[in-house]
Each structure stands twice: as structure tokens, then as C-alpha cells.
Design a protein. Structure first.
Length: 404
């Protein structure tokens, strides 16, 4: 424990799903820190993982702007969506958040059938980014409600997915079982002049036992029979992409059926790579690369005495690529202590200490129902941050007294 009171704090949290977004969490933590230590310097850097909130958060962080776009939703109805145009060092970059056009939240509970949902709206967002003059497009993959292998996106960008008779196959993943040819003659020519990088979970692959149909299909509403239908259809789609776009895939060094990230967002990654030449990369390599996203997390960590992160639930899954794990890893490299606030602390939470999170602090001080916890979440987060910093201050004083 240092013998001086920490004065500089970096706050780099995730959001609390269905409660607070990452910006709200970050400002609540800052509020609590200043209650305990009014002299504290707080730097707020809300973080995102490519899913919901990614575009808006990066626009705010870089001084960019959000562009509203009306697109085709995952079940075919129009939805209000958006993309972001980044500012600062990332000027010229557009952020397309697939969840804003084809996310699971946009699929009504009684229509959750991933054999029929489409990524057409994501392609419309990419086209809108081209209309805005973007020279680079970052696509955030996460929270998807689709499993169409990105075929909808390809259609929106001018491609045609045809059956053996030359007719368009139906929208959705199941229709890909009939796909016999892929006509890219009408593909938007502007794609050749734009760099596309996909922020995704590279452990997600398109087909097979670890493919998206089997791993994520049930979460999106697929029955066991539909899972098998989807995997067979996506296997057919992979073969068609490999046959049509072989030169691009060879240049990328990517096996479109089982390569890293090809299964991102129900196979959207496969189409983006094969048809658009996009690079599929670990999400934080994209979202936390200052030259791409405008966020300099490592620089912010270096300026801090203590790093705060947060997540709705800290448990055994946290070390597996969640935001607090990435923050802790980078803080550890810089020699900075990292503290995580948690909406709940679940099974296996102690594993986070092995990845550099020095302490986990729950925000719930007394038994309460979920509705109350969600309603009062902002103040609960602020209170937890205040308690934590008061302990740090007391500990520093105690250590100083012992040292003297």
C-alpha cells in the first residue's frame, strides 16, 4: 500500500446491461471518488466491446458525431438506426455497430427465428458510411439477432445470392442452403477504396461443432432442428464464398469456414472478409487502437495512480475477453493497481485476481430486489466508489503512520 494518497484516477468501465451504459457508469464512479477525495483528478474513458452503444460512445469520446439512418431491421421492418463519424485523430473513420441494425433487441420475442432474420440493415449502414465519405469503416460485432452469414449485408451492397435457377434465395440463414451462385457484378464500387476493420470475438467461427449455429443459435431462438438446418446452410454459404472470393480470402490468409472471427455476429464476419476484404481482428485491438478509434487507453493508464473498471456481473466469464479483463491486463503491464466494481459477484469471480484485478467491490450494500437495484444503479455505483476510495485513503494513512 502506498504511503501517499492516490490523487489521479482513470475510470474505464463497461456498461451494466439493461441498467446503465458505460458512460453513465463512468460518471457515477467519478462522482463517488470526488465525494471521498474532492482533490482527486478523474479521467473518464467509458469502454465498449463492439456491441450496443459502441458507435455513440466512440463518437462522444472523439468529439465526432452520430448520424441517424433509417434501415431495414432484422425481421424486415424499418428501424431507426445510426452510425458514428469519429473526430480527432480518427477523423475520416465511420463506426458501424451491427447491433444498431440487426441486434437481438430489435427482434421481437415472438419472432426470434435466426433462420429468417437478416443483416440487410448492416449493409445499409455501410452504404451510408460510404455516402458520408468515410475512408475507413470500423464494424463492431456483438449482440446480434441474426445467423445469415452476412448474406443480407452483401445484398444491401449490391450483390445477389442466387439459387440454381437464377432466382434470389430467401432472406435469412436457412435460405443459404439453396445458394448456388454469388453475383457480385453490382457490388458498390466504393468498397474498393475504403479500409474495413471488424472488431469481433475471433474465437467465433462460421461452421462446425464450434460454429455459430450450434454455439449461438439457441440463444437467438433456434430449435435443435433449426440449428442443424443453419449449420448446413452456412456450410453451403462458406463453400460459395470460398469459390467466388478465393483471391480475396487467399490475400487475407483466411479459411472462411473455420477461420478466426468468421462466425462473428452470426457469420457477418465471413461475408465482410470475403466480399469486402475486411480484416477480422480481436475487438480490443481495434476499439482501443488510438490510430483507429481515437481512444488511448494505455496513455490514460500511464497518467493514473489507480485504475477503476466495472461490469454488471464479475464472474468466471470476466477473464474471457470482457472489458475489465482487458483494462486489468493493460494496467498490470503499466504497473498500476486496478479495482473493479460489480453489479453482482458470481461463481468463479476470484479468477479475476489472476488477470490483474486487485479487488472486486460489489455495489449492492444490502439485500434488494432487481427492480430496485436497476432503478438506483447510478447511486449504488457512486456509493461503492466512495467507499472504496475512503478505504484507499485510510490505508495510505495507516501505511504512512506505520512507516514513520
Amino acid at each position: 500500500m502506498p504511503t501517499v494518497v492516490p490523487q489521479s484516477f482513470l475510470i474505464a468501465p463497461s456498461g451494466f446491461k439493461e441498467s446503465l451504459d458505460s458512460t453513465e457508469v463512468a460518471h457515477a464512479i467519478a462522482r463517488g471518488i470526488r465525494r471521498a477525495l474532492p482533490s482527486a483528478v478523474t479521467e473518464v474513458m467509458p469502454l465498449v466491446d463492439g456491441g450496443e452503444g459502441t458507435a455513440v460512445s466512440l463518437a462522444e469520446a472523439t468529439g465526432g458525431r452520430v448520424v441517424p439512418v433509417r434501415v431495414t431491421g432484422p425481421v424486415g421492418d424499418p428501424v431507426d438506426s445510426h452510425l458514428a463519424l469519429l473526430g480527432g485523430p480518427a477523423s475520416g473513420t465511420a463506426v458501424v455497430e451491427m447491433a444498431a441494425a440487426a441486434g437481438l433487441r430489435l427482434v421481437p420475442a415472438d419472432l426470434r427465428d435466426p433462420t429468417s432474420t437478416t443483416t440487410y440493415g448492416v449493409g445499409e449502414l455501410v452504404r451510408a458510411a460510404l455516402d458520408e465519405g468515410a475512408t475507413r469503416i470500423l464494424v463492431g460485432c456483438g449482440d446480434s439477432g441474426t445467423s445469415d452469414g452476412g448474406a443480407g449485408l452483401v445484398r444491401a451492397l449490391g450483390g445477389r445470392v442466387l439459387d440454381a435457377s437464377g432466382a434470389e434465395v430467401p432472406e435469412g440463414g436457412a435460405g443459404l442452403a439453396e445458394a448456388a451462385s454469388l453475383d457480385l457484378s453490382g457490388l458498390d464500387e466504393r468498397l474498393a477504396d475504403v479500409e474495413i476493420q471488424v472488431a469481433c470475438n475471433i474465437h467465433n467461427v462460421l461452421t462446425g461443432e464450434r460454429g455459430v449455429a450450434r454455439v449461438f443459435g439457441p440463444q437467438k431462438g433456434a430449435t435443435p432442428e433449426q440449428v442443424e438446418t443453419l449449420d448446413a446452410a452456412l456450410t453451403q454459404w462458406a463453400a460459395l464464398l470460398a469459390d467466388t472470393c478465393g483471391d480475396t480470402l487467399d490475400r487475407l490468409g483466411l479459411d472462411v469456414a473455420t477461420g478466426p472471427g468468421t462466425g462473428a455476429s452470426g457469420g457477418l464476419g465471413a461475408a465482410l472478409a470475403a466480399v469486402c476484404g475486411a480484416r477480422l481482428r480481436p475487438r480490443f485491438d481495434v476499439l482501443l487502437d488510438e490510430s483507429l478509434s481515437g481512444l488511448d487507453l494505455d496513455g490514460a493508464i500511464a497518467r493514473a495512480d489507480v485504475v477503476f473498471t466495472a461490469e454488471g456481473a464479475v464472474d468466471f466469464q470476466t477473464p474471457r475477453g470482457k472489458i475489465p479483463a482487458e483494462v486489468a491486463r493493460r494496467a498490470g503491464t503499466a504497473g498500476r493497481p486496478c479495482i473493479a466494481l460489480a453489479g453482482s459477484i458470481g461463481d468463479g469471480a476470484s479468477a479475476v485476481h489472476d488477470i490483474g484485478i486487485g479487488a472486486v467491490v460489489g455495489i449492492i450494500p444490502l439485500p434488494m430486489d432487481l427492480e430496485r437495484a436497476v432503478t438506483e444503479a447510478s447511486e449504488l455505483v457512486a456509493d461503492a466508489a466512495e467507499r472504496t476510495v475512503r478505504l484507499l485513503v485510510m490505508g495510505a494513512g495507516f501505511a504512512g503512520a506505520r512507516a514513520s
